[in-house]
Design a binder for this molecule. Sequence first.
Ligand code: GUN
Length: 295
Amino acid sequence: MDEEPIDERIIDGRAVAARVRARVAEQARQFAVEHGRPPGLATLLVGDDPASALYVQLKHRACEEVGIASIDRRLPASVDQDGLMAVVEELVADEAVDGVLVQMPLPEHLDPEPVVLAVPPAKDVDGFHPANVGALALGTPLLPSCTPAGVLTLLDEYGVQLAGADAVVIGRSRVVGMPMALLLLSRDATVTVTHARTRGLAEHVRRADVLVSAAGVPGLVTADMVKPGAVVIDVGTTRTEQGLRGDVEFEAVREVASLITPVPGGVGPITIATLLANTVRAAQLRVAHGDRPVR
Ligand code: GUN
């Protein structure tokens, strides 16, 4: 059977992630030789949401592949805030654990805010702690959050020029939109952040040389909104009856864009690879500086 011709406009997130994982595996091996133990990641999943359980499973499989030791803690959805905090603190205190990740979202009755604060910046491989977000804002990232940092890796791997580019981010979430905007700014792009209250979204989007959409609204970005030659990164992932859908109308927009990520196979794989990279970085920083949030 003939293979489909490769469309060079489609960003191959799986291939970039494989290269990042190979680099991380070498760093993890080196770390284990030097320090007598592998880098360690602990995850905590509360409740039994199937999508969250799948993400956690993928994270552990990825750890195993690159030689990161991982701890998979689970709590029932019925746990109270004190019970949750006790387990977070236990994981944080574990000397063999370099990174702690509490899978979000938490069940409704639990407040994520104290959890985010309980993971110290030096072990915050999600990059959610205010100190890590603040460092990003100042252009001195310690542990940047995984999805936006992964997007930057994709842009760099494909040689996308960011300095001076008009970058538009759709969404201002703490996990993607806000840190994405800060990272693009740190690379000297001219950044516009749009969100649910933005008037005239299409006009903003049409100016983008680089568009990052993280709205979680399937079909939000149509071909008429995209400047010819723009680079389009689709972070949206919404489960629909037709499967996983991004924010971008892929088939139409790919005809206009110079580069575009598919869903799936675009941003998803690089996010997990970046988590692995952050874990090794956290381990290296800890042995060098202890638990203080230093660069
Ligand atoms: N839920 C969805 N994405 C993420 C992520 O990047 N980190 C955590 N902890 N939870 C998530």
